[in-house]
Design a binder for this molecule. Sequence first.
Ligand code: ADP
Ligand code: SF4
Length: 694
Amino acid sequence: MRNPSYDILFEPLAIGPLTAKNRFYQVPHCNGGGYRDPSAVAAMRGIKSEGGWGVIFTEQTEMHQTSEITPFIELRLWEDADIPSLRRMSDAMKSHGALAGIQLAYSGINGPNLYTKEIPLAPSALPIRTFTNDPVQARAMDKSDIKNLRRWFVNAAKRCKIAGFDLICLYGAHGFGVFQHFLSRATNQRTDEYGGTLENRARFVNEVIADIRDAVGDTMAITLRVSLDETIGDLGFSNAEVHDFIAMNKDLPDLWDLAHGTWEDCSGPSRFKEEAAQELLVKGIRDLTSKPVVGVGRFTSPDVMARLIRQGVLDFIGCARPSIADPFLPRKIDEGREDDIRECIGCNICITGDMTMSVSRCTQNPTFMEEWRRGWHPEKIAEKGASENVLVIGSGPAGLEAARALSLRGYDVALAEAKESFGGRVARERLLPGLSAWGRVMDYRLYQLSQRPNVQMYPGSELGVEEVLEFGFQNICIATGSVWRADGVARQHVVPMPVRGNLPVFTPDDIMNGRLPTGRVVLFDDDHYYMGGVLAERLAQAGCEVVLTTPCAYVSDWTRNTLEQAAIHRRLIEAGVKILLNTGITEIRADGVETNCVYTDARKVFEANALVMVASRQANDGLYHQLRARQADWADAGINSVQLIGDAAAPGPIAWAVFAGHRYARELDTGVWTEEWGDTLSFRREVTALSPEQ
Ligand code: ADP
Ligand code: SF4
């Protein structure tokens, strides 16, 4: 039964000529698959329809050959040949009654056109503004270019209609869409009727919306996505100007889609941004217009969602990441199952799929982007196979997810954990600065396990090989995790770092266990994800004088893929951490370390009281290998299978461990795992069809 205070979230609302069945609005989001994996993306959107979303959007769709953002993989709508794959997408979106939306992007000053080799067109001639600093500049559009671009939008809109979409979102947010480029004085320095005053800068978007409305507006709704603040000071499209623009053009689109600022702001990670972080910027905008307003804010709490609608801040609850972590979020609220919501942890691993041009993962939802590739459904799982029971050893993210999914399949599951409390690495990492929301990985799973009658939990149970052989479980899943290495082996050093003195060395495990250094501390980060930066912050808070040394050109280099890097560097500066980039460590001495410049190998002695080694991790795979060595005893012990998963197999991010646990549970008793494996592909993929011409 639905909680009546959430009824407001299920009231239908008109968007132009159409009506959304409820207020759950999946705003456009990337997935790393795009045009390369159309069936995988379509199935992912289809699951959201099943999960109850009222409106579902595509990711950005490049609508003309003169503007694309290679190497990033989004959707394309350049010619009629692109329509069938988009039709598959809209069909999937509408399969359970959602409105299907497509986001049309003309990237202008943001698109380097590395693939099409066309000259980028923009309101003003400036260098391309994107992550990759491509040595490419845009040509300023003349009047005939603007006329052409208006027609190209109409062509694209007509194709969207043929492809079965209900809504077109014009992208003018995050610095990525041409509408923002016209609206902002930073990127629009024109002196004709398209530049100068706000009215002039708004001319282009007014013209395009009128053109599209003429062409398809009788059956389709047009939404406009703008950022609430360009965040580059007064020259940019500031929050004050956004208010003015909406006040002047209040009924321009059929819905205002308000993004936060830059993409980094809009997809702000939990380490730096709370739920509903854009509330202050969005407040008051709804009073300026008679059209509905959607906004985002990593919403996972139905109370916050209902409040924002009740207070008249928003009409629709916009979600990207919360819809990835739990595509069934609306249905769970509708069915009074709020406790079952798999809340987004705000880690931005999903975004790394786009940034690395691979295919996205989600820490909380291992089925994301595997709906078609592996046939994984986030809420359904096949019944168990021939065997009856599983002993899962280790309760980190891998073991917890394996136990959860195995129990849903109907296996009798025993989960043994050496420590007195469950959660593995997550139980410790959630206590580090800014990472408390990551605890949801264990909270969700422990709650789900507590609801299952076929799961037995054994804390304080460090198992050895004899016990495992004695217990008589048919399947043994070893998820015993990993430990941080103290010897410096990682990338700079593939063998232990030379030691010429007894400087105290600490690992991340030491610090998480409460063993902290004092005084002047050198932190060596050759891991390059979050741990080095987080520990530097932790040690600064504890009063240490921290010097972070990394062979990379960036602090926490890999977090550029999670959109956190700039915020991390800023926070470390504010915390008083001294940062040495492009600097390795060549030897540990009694009074400090010897550093080297990664370019010149120039050496320096750096005095310190301690060294914190954030290098790599060593898998806890001893139990697995001992069991393998006793394979002759397995049959007597009733053991069918022994498998090593998660960090114990190969240390990686939490998302990797969750995926491994889920995969183990899905594949148990399916015959996939044999000694000889890998002769066939383990997932489906789409192979580009060859053109008939030679
Ligand atoms: P992952 O990320 O792969 O899930 P974690 O390091 O988070 O790995 O968790 C591994 C867990 O396994 C830890 O909580 C650890 O205490 C537990 N563990 C390690 N060895 C054993 C063992 N022999 N018996 C029971 N639990 C173990
Ligand atoms: Fe949320 Fe992380 Fe999943 Fe992205 S990967 S949806 S941020 S839990």
